[in-house]
Ligand binder design. Structure first.
Ligand code: SF4
Length: 341
């Protein structure tokens, strides 16, 4: 999935002493890529409108671009006309949402990231074995709502180390923790340590719930942060993994760090006295937005860009099953039509 590939980040500065350290990996992950392509393919296949429940991924630019192509973003399935096509976002949905869609005879395309689905399955499995499930995650985040909705009577949300004292369980010997996929690795470990002080036999998830993309982007920003006077994180405010990157940069030595949706949110004042700017982006951010930020920095004397890579990623997910079936049927129909002529 990822291979360590260390690149030294502490080379000399340019003659002007200004440089950019560009973190890699950054930007799109496999789950985001799959979800965005799913909406694009659904539009090609079914035409506009294709309804999408919630933001397909947490990025304003992506949502605006898909909306311009005919995607209609709604909050709930009851806003979708009966029988229409609706795509579920990469963050996942609870069984109640699937049931509501079925009741309205909606045609659904489930673009939930397979790594989120994995956590759903863990929740179902531990609930079946009657565990209390402590779900470490952020209150109100769509992914957490979807995962908790798999077993609402077994799941308790733990939103950071300060929430640990309020946790109550039925049997301290039968407790497991799971987590949202896009958390800070370090803060999650602090939360888990505190949980283990209270429940020493607390079980760990069968495998890491914080996904490879979140972890890799945090490792890369940790590498550039100690040498950066400023770290710019490209990502939207509701993107959990992007917001975490700002926190991680500050915790690992960046003198300042700001999140911007796009280059127009950059502020000249941030560059005062700055020699090294770190740049990275969240897992839902198209590279064009990073390219724009680099161009803005280059215009201000930060044209020397060194990429600092801490891992390589080559993971790809196949498109949602329903969509693959539709694409196959469409190409078979096209072939049959061509054969008639
Ligand atoms: S950030 Fe991780 S869990 Fe979320 S879509 Fe990307 S790969 Fe999937």
């Amino acid at each position: 999935m990822s291979h360590p590939a260390e690149t030294p980040a502490d080379g000399p500065t340019t003659s002007e002493g200004r440089r950019v350290l560009l973190a890699a990996p950054r930007g799109y992950c496999a789950g985001v890529d799959r979800a965005v392509v799913a909406v694009e393919k659904a539009l090609e296949l079914h035409g506009s409108p294709v309804y999408v429940r919630k933001e397909i991924v947490h990025n304003k630019h992506v949502v605006r671009t898909l909306a311009a192509r005919g995607a209609v973003f709604v909050d709930e399935t009851d806003e979708v006309p009966e029988g229409a096509t609706v795509v579920f976002s990469a963050h996942g949905v609870s069984p109640a949402v699937h049931a509501a869609a079925a009741e309205r005879s909606l045609k659904t395309i489930d673009a939930t990231c397979p790594l989120v689905t994995k956590v759903h399955r863990e929740a179902v499995r531990f609930a079946k074995d009657d565990y209390d499930i402590l779900l470490v995650g952020h209150e109100g985040h769509e992914e957490v709502e979807g995962t908790a909705g798999e077993a609402p009577e077994h799941v308790q949300l733990v939103d950071g180390p300060e929430s640990v004292d309020a946790v109550t369980v039925r049997d301290p010997e039968k407790v497991v923790w799971l987590s949202q996929t896009t958390l800070s690795v370090d803060e999650t470990m602090q939360t888990v340590e505190r949980l283990k002080e209270r429940f020493p036999t607390l079980q760990d998830p069968p495998s890491d719930d914080i996904c490879y993309a979140t972890q890799n982007r945090q490792v890369a920003v940790k590498k550039i942060a100690p040498q950066s006077d400023l770290v710019v994180v490209v990502g939207s405010a509701n993107s959990s993994n992007s917001v975490r990157l700002v926190e991680v940069a500050l915790q690992h030595g960046a003198k300042a760090s700001y999140r911007v949706d796009h280059k127009d949110e950059l502020d000249e004042a941030w560059l005062e006295g700055v020699r090294t700017v770190g740049v990275t982006s969240g897992a839902s951010v198209p590279e064009i937005l990073v390219t724009d930020v680099l161009a803005w920095l280059a215009e201000r004397g930060f044209g020397d860009v060194e990429e600092v890579r801490t891992a390589s990623e080559d993971l790809l997910f196949s498109l949602p099953r329903e969509l693959r079936a539709d694409l196959k049927a469409a190409s078979a129909a096209a072939a049959a039509k061509a054969a008639q002529h």
